[in-house]
Design a protein around this ligand. Structure first.
Ligand SMILES: [Zn+2]
Ligand SMILES: [Zn+2]
Length: 550
């Protein structure tokens, strides 16, 4: 076997299928080579993940009020999580025969539209109804894909944290606001790539610092502003003058800090305690190629976005891990052994072409099922019947060209801009509609500057009664009481942007899930970096970078 070059059937771009990938495709059941480039494969799957758009609805079983990822106008049958997991119904009641005169995807889609769906994908939450894709959260509000938090607000992928808001990828922190890729921090605002720091704001790549504002690449420093040392008294005076308790003060400082950051070299990628890995944001992994947001132990993966906590042998997949092994083209996969072309599979094994299933083994073309085995299109078979029929369907799908392809994007139950596809592969409404992809017309208002007290100190309790208009996007938003409490405690001004706009800004302030071959701008060593060639930053290899910061 040697590398094979393919051209994407959407963008025509050439991509390589290496020997490991070819062996992986064979191992998983003889899939043909991918017909889409890596990005277009990611995009198609991402269009099935609505992480953050929530709606009020009623459970179609009990009539009770629920929060749901499916807008009521979609006319789907949606059950509360409690009913969905109960024995009051059975997804197999919707089972049907396979028709060999029709394509698989059409039949699977009809089933997906008929079977009652789970309203949200959470487990073990307490007073955290407005969350999705989470487990073990308490008193959390609009937290997505984050687990084991308490009193967390408006955050994505935050873990083991409390009294926090506006986070993206933050671990084990307390009183932290508007921060990205941080861990073990206390009382920190506006930080990125920062660890073990306390009592500071506007930090970038700092470690073990206290009382620092507007600092880059500092190690174990105290009382610094723009990387300059001050006496504790002068520091306090200077920080007071910055008026970071005001919206105008924060906006002004942010501009200055972004300029200041350009004086410092950037590390080409964050690859920590790894062997033979490429991509960015990888920790404790081995043999991972072109992977991003990987938290080990992870081994033998390629083109995986967001995976970890024990993951092995995954190709072109995302949001996957928690003891998952052997995967291809799947999304939302905790605890599954062998899965391909599936979305939201919780625990189980040998799951192919399925969607929103839990604790299932040996299923094919199933949706909204739990604790089942040997089912095809939700219909129960014996082991022998299952294996025979599965083999025949695969032969059929080879003829229709469906074998080896993920479900088409237009079959997603979500509008494109309800999903994370819009975060990483943004499309315009016209482009989506021209491709027959659904679009959500969000409620937006005329953008105008509004009357919000500049300083948090001047904000009255009744601010939680008002509705505001995002000054960037026109989205309406409110301030919830828990949020006001945190802002007062941490001295944070009332934001003029809606929570979802803030999420988007944080996502966009991280580097893309792509690498470029460049040279270290100090020693010229070749590097694969997530900093594209046209960016203004100085980008260094690890050795040159560490020589600067320590
Ligand atoms: Zn492409
Ligand atoms: Zn270098």
């Amino acid at each position: 076997m040697s590398e094979i070059k393919q051209n994407c059937r959407i963008c025509s771009k050439e991509f390589v299928v290496n020997e490991w990938e070819q062996a992986h495709l064979q191992k998983m059941g003889g899939f043909p080579l991918p017909t889409l480039c890596i990005d277009h494969r990611h995009q198609r799957r991402f269009a099935y993940r609505n992480e953050r758009k929530l709606y009020k609805d009623n459970c179609d079983f009990s009539g009770k009020d629920i929060i749901s990822i499916y807008s009521p106008d979609k006319n789907l049958k949606v059950y509360s999580q409690e009913i969905w997991w109960s024995d009051k119904w059975d997804g197999r009641d919707y089972g049907r025969d396979f028709d060999f005169n029709r394509p698989f995807f059409d039949q699977f889609q009809e089933l997906r539209l008929a079977v009652p769906r789970m309203s949200l994908l959470n487990s073990n939450g307490e007073n955290s109804e407005y969350c999705n894709l989470t487990t073990d959260n308490k008193n959390c509000y609009l937290v997505f894909g984050g687990d084991f938090n308490q009193d967390a607000l408006y955050s994505i992928f935050c873990f083991y944290s409390r009294d926090v808001a506006d986070l993206y990828w933050v671990n084990k922190s307390e009183l932290i606001y508007d921060s990205i890729d941080c861990a073990n921090c206390y009382n920190i605002k506006h930080a990125q790539n920062t660890y073990n720091c306390r009592d500071g704001s506007f930090l970038f790549d700092c470690r073990n610092c206290e009382y620092c504002v507007g600092c880059v690449g500092l190690r174990a420093k105290k009382y610094h502003i723009f990387n300059q040392a001050y006496s504790p008294e002068d520091y306090a005076k200077k920080v007071r003058e910055l008026r970071l308790d005001t919206w105008s003060g924060v906006q002004k400082f942010k501009i200055e800090f972004d300029k200041f950051k350009l004086n410092f070299p950037m590390l080409f990628a964050s690859i920590v305690n790894c062997e033979n890995c490429s991509g960015d944001k990888i920790k404790d992994a081995k043999n991972c190629e072109n992977c991003f947001d990987i938290y080990g132990p992870v081994e033998d993966c390629k083109d995986v976005f967001l995976g970890g906590w024990s993951l092995k042998d995954a190709l072109s997949s995302s949001h996957i891990g928690h003891k998952s092994e052997i995967a291809y083209e799947s999304i939302g996969i905790p605890g599954v052994n062998v899965t391909a072309f599936s979305s939201f599979v919780w625990f189980g094994s040998n799951v192919y072409y399925s969607d929103t299933v839990a604790y299932c083994n040996n299923i094919f073309g199933c949706t909204n099922l739990h604790h089942a085995e040997y089912c095809i299109l939700n219909k129960q078979y014996s082991k022998e019947e299952y294996e025979n029929l599965r083999a025949k369907i695969i032969e059929h799908m080879k003829k229709t060209g469906e074998w080896g392809e993920f479900m088409p994007m237009k079959n997603s139950l979500f509008a494109y801009n309800e999903t994370v596809a819009q975060d990483f592969f943004p499309k315009s409404k016209d482009a989506a509609l021209s491709e027959c992809i659904k679009w959500l017309d969000e409620e937006v208002r005329e953008i105008k500057t509004q009357d919000i007290p500049d300083s948090i100190q001047d904000v009255k309790d009744d601010i939680t009664q008002a509705t505001f208009t995002c000054e960037k996007t026109g989205r309406p938003y409110r301030i919830v009481p828990a949020e006001l409490k945190l802002y007062r405690q941490m001295g944070i001004p009332i934001p003029h942007f809606a929570p979802e706009t803030r999420n988007e800004m944080r996502i966009n302030s991280r580097n893309p899930h792509k690498t470029w071959s460049r040279n270290c701008m100090k020693c010229s060593k070749p590097i694969k970096t997530s900093y594209s060639t046209d960016r203004p930053e100085k980008v260094y290899c690890e050795e040159c970078y560490l020589a600067e910061v320590y």
